[in-house]
Write a protein that binds this ligand. Structure first.
Ligand SMILES: [Cu+2]
Length: 247
C-alpha cells in the first residue's frame, strides 16, 4: 500500500512514474525481471569492488607504514590477470544474452494474437485503428487526460506501429518496452493485460515541439464492457460517415 501511494503521488498528469510500475502484461513482467535480474548482480559487483578498494585504502594507508616505505613492486600475475579479464567478459555476455532473449520475445511480430491494432504516431498524438475499421484518436494534450486506447482483458493484442511524419516511440512501462513508430516501416509489439485498469505512458522519442503532449493511456475492460464500447465506436463511426454524405 505505501508503494501504491508513492507511485500515485509520482504520477503527475501527463507523466509516468519514475519508479518501475507493477507490470500487467507478460512482456512488461519480462522487462521488469530483466531489469531486476541485471540490477542485483550489478549492485553486488559494485559493492564488492568498492569494499575491496576501501579495505586496501584503509589497511595499507601511508600513515601505517614506516617512513620512506615503498610497497613491493610486483608486475604480472597471469592467473589473476586472466581471471579479471574473463570474469567481467562472462558477466557482460550473460547480460547481453539475457537482454537479447527478452527483446526477441517482446518485439517480434507474433502470430498467435487474438486481434491486431494499427498504432500510428503523428505530431502530436496516436491513432489506434481496430480490425472493425474504426479509429480512436488519442490527440496529445497537457490540459488533461488523453482519450484512452481500450483493450479487452486477457486478449493477446498485436500492435503494428507506424509513423506518419517523424519517428515516435510508444511506451507504457507497465505493459511494454519502447517501440518506435517509424514512417514507412512497421514495427511490432503486443500486450496481454491480465486485469481491469488504466495505465499511463508517453512518447519516448523526441519528435518535435509537442512531444511532451503525447501522453498514452491504455484502458483494459472486461470482455462484455469492451464489446459494448466497440458497439459505441461503430455507431459513432456510422453517424460520422452518414453526416458526411452530401444532401
Ligand atoms: Cu512523439
Amino acid at each position: 500500500m505505501p508503494a501504491a501511494l508513492l507511485l500515485g503521488s509520482c504520477e503527475a498528469p501527463g507523466g509516468v512514474s519514475p519508479i518501475f510500475p507493477e507490470p500487467v502484461s507478460p512482456n512488461g513482467q519480462g522487462i521488469y525481471n530483466t531489469y531486476v535480474g541485471i540490477s542485483i548482480p550489478a549492485i553486488i559487483v559494485f559493492l564488492a569492488v568498492e569494499l575491496a578498494l576501501l579495505w586496501v585504502v584503509i589497511k595499507y594507508r601511508r600513515s601505517k607504514q614506516p617512513a620512506g616505505y615503498i610497497p613491493p613492486q610486483i608486475h604480472g600475475n597471469h592467473t589473476l590477470e586472466i581471471a579479471w579479464t574473463i570474469a567481467p567478459l562472462v558477466v557482460v555476455l550473460a547480460i547481453a544474452a539475457y537482454s537479447f532473449v527478452e527483446l526477441q520475445k517482446d518485439f517480434q511480430p507474433i502470430t498467435n494474437y487474438d486481434f491486431e491494432v494499427v498504432v500510428s504516431g503523428h505530431q502530436f498524438g496516436w491513432n489506434y485503428t481496430y480490425p472493425q475499421g474504426f479509429t480512436v484518436n488519442q490527440e496529445g494534450t497537457l490540459a488533461g487526460d488523453v482519450t484512452p486506447f481500450v483493450v479487452p482483458v486477457g486478449k493477446l493484442v498485436r500492435l503494428r506501429m507506424q509513423g506518419t511524419d517523424v519517428i515516435h516511440s510508444w511506451w507504457v512501462p507497465a505493459i511494454s518496452g519502447k517501440t518506435d513508430a517509424v514512417p514507412g516501416y512497421d514495427n511490432f509489439t503486443w500486450l496481454k493485460i491480465d486485469t481491469v485498469g488504466t495505465w499511463r505512458g508517453e512518447c519516448a522519442e523526441l519528435c518535435g515541439a509537442g512531444h511532451s503532449t503525447m501522453q498514452i493511456i491504455v484502458q483494459s475492460m472486461s470482455q462484455s464492457d469492451y464489446d459494448a464500447w466497440v458497439q459505441q465506436q461503430m455507431a459513432k463511426k456510422s453517424t460520422a460517415s452518414a453526416s458526411r454524405v452530401p444532401s
